[in-house]
Design a protein around this ligand. Structure first.
Ligand code: URP
Ligand code: ZN
Ligand code: ZN
Ligand code: ZN
Length: 510
């Protein structure tokens, strides 16, 4: 019921289409600067039944249309977060945000779609898929899925095909870390890369050397370092650089595109830069925590404070975040995610005596759009059009759902934000919409505020209030063979042709 859903602050959750402003099926956004990844212009945007019908100056409409004034503000595609973990079971506990609270947080922060990672159930992809479809039944915004591959056998290989051909999944994540849990070895990674290529699915890697981390953790425990700082010390940037380089080289050997998730260090970023310079199709995704935070928090004397910054790969020294920002500016890295994986402080306390038991992960789904705006646009590092590209459009292109998503064009889904560049935002756990009792960005303020979010043609965030409808979010199927696969077959054909060049051998003299 409405009252049950109203338990969180700022909510007007409606059970039907009949109350709140969410009932408007026709909306005119007037007088704003409409921004796409390639172009911006002052124009009106007219929306009907969840779809953008028209984008041009001075659109005239009748009385039945809700008018939203955007004069002096930016009208942009809603954010697409390529990397989240809602209701994930991990390290012996379940992540605190489900699809309802996590997506509520997203919408309040200007993100209108996310792609979550299905974790297989006992290695079964089909069981994992079914379980996540259930988890998402109260979705309030659109979502897609990547799928993790955690073991290898004939059934997994068959299921990958099923996921791509029947279930709308076009990307698979391989964890090169989390030894004894999610980690895969090189043999499995190789088989996975080959299978991904054969399906036109994008291979994604969590690039850290899990075997070396196990050794690094033992080293810290032997030294008596059991606090959260041990997390950082046990898995330094060199281990992220090594795994990134290995994954890139294996993807090159297979000739298939690669997507490196949560790039946290200069070491990993530079491996991506070198590969891209050589013409390899490698995508690098930094996350907002890695861009704006630094590792000093992990040395905080208060365990609860320090533990909330534990994620993998670790948040690094400030110079890494600065370099990742620069890499976004120049295009070495292409889009920003969050790796939203929020825990309560009671859950983080599972590792009070041993950093290895602190559930890994930080929040970000609500904060990404604001922090990227302030850090990258307000600071003068990138243009407003590039902001749209790295927060929305590039994700839609990579995962093959552009221009339905990631654009304000006729026929696109009406997932839109209005950002006021002169208003300010402030981040606190007391006011955020995640269920977590902490926030790694606590107290941060900045310029640029998402004042309105429109999701599926409904105004879901306005005047600092959510109007959301459980079950209104849709599963977005993502077809294989996105643009990263264009021409791969030609390069393969050229390689095969080169193998048939004549070889003239003479018998060795007896
Ligand atoms: O610490 C993290 N990143 N937790 C989420 C799982 C993952 O590796 O993405
Ligand atoms: Zn245009
Ligand atoms: Zn990961
Ligand atoms: Zn993740």
């Amino acid at each position: 019921s409405i009252s049950e859903l109203n338990t969180m602050q700022g909510f007007c959750a409606v059970a039907s289409d009949s109350d709140c402003s969410s009932s408007f099926t026709k909306i005119l956004i007037k007088g704003g600067t409409v921004v796409n990844a390639h172009h911006k212009e002052v124009a009106d945007v007219y929306i009907e039944d969840g779809i953008i019908v028209s984008v041009r100056p001075n659109i005239k409409v009748g009385d039945e249309v809700k008018i939203v004034d955007a004069t002096g503000k930016y009208v942009m595609p809603g954010g697409i977060d390529p990397h989240t973990h809602l209701e994930m079971e991990f390290m012996g506990t379940v992540m605190i945000d489900d699809f309802f609270t996590g997506q509520a947080a997203a919408l309040a922060g200007g993100t209108t779609m996310h792609i979550d990672f299905i974790i297989p159930v006992n290695g079964s992809l089909s069981a994992g898929f079914d379980s996540y479809i259930k988890k998402a039944k109260n979705a309030v915004m659109d979502y897609g899925f990547h799928m993790a591959i955690t073991k290898w056998d004939e059934e997994v290989a068959k299921d990958m095909e099923l996921m791509v051909k029947e279930n709308g999944i076009n990307s698979f994540k391989f964890f090169m870390a989390y030894k004894g849990a999610l980690m895969v070895n090189d043999e499995l990674l190789m088989q996975g890369l080959v299978k991904c290529k054969s399906l036109g699915a994008l291979a994604m890697v969590h690039a850290e050397n899990g075997d070396a981390i196990a050794e690094g953790q033992k080293r810290m425990i032997d030294l008596g370092i059991t606090g959260p700082e041990g997390h950082s010390l046990s898995r330094p940037p060199v281990l992220e650089g090594e795994a990134t380089a290995r994954a890139i080289r294996l993807a090159s050997f297979v000739n298939t595109p690669l997507y490196v998730v949560h790039v946290m260090s200069i070491d990993a970023m530079e491996e991506i830069a070198v590969a891209r310079k050589a013409g390899q199709r490698v995508i690098g995704e930094p996350v907002v925590s890695g861009l704006v935070l630094d590792e000093s928090w992990l040395w905080d004397p208060d365990f609860t404070t320090a533990a909330k910054y534990v994620m993998s790969p670790p948040i690094r020294k400030a110079e890494h975040g600065k370099a990742l920002q620069a890499a976004l500016t120049t295009g070495t890295l292409q889009l920003v995610g969050t790796d939203h994986c929020a825990w309560n402080s009671t859950q983080k306390a599972l590792g009070i005596d041993d950093f290895r038991k602190i559930p890994n992960g930080v929040n970000g789904i609500e904060e990404r759009m604001h922090l990227v705006w302030d850090t990258m646009v307000e600071s003068g590092k990138i243009s407003v059009t590039d902001y749209v590209r790295i927060t929305s459009t590039e994700c839609a292109r990579i995962f093959n759902i552009y221009p339905r998503k990631g654009a304000i064009l006729e026929g696109s889904d009406a997932d839109i934000i209005i950002l006021n560049p002169n208003a300010t935002f402030k981040i606190t756990a007391a006011s955020h919409h995640s269920r977590s009792d902490t926030n790694v960005f606590e107290g941060m303020t900045g310029k640029g505020k998402v004042e309105v979010t429109i999701s599926g043609g409904r105004v879901v965030w306005e005047n600092n209030k959510l109007n959301i409808m459980p079950g209104s979010g849709r599963y977005i199927r993502m077809p294989p063979y996105g643009y990263l696969f264009d021409g791969i077959d030609k390069a393969d054909a050229a390689y095969l042709a080169s193998l048939h060049a004549p070889v003239h051998r003479t018998k060795a003299a007896a």
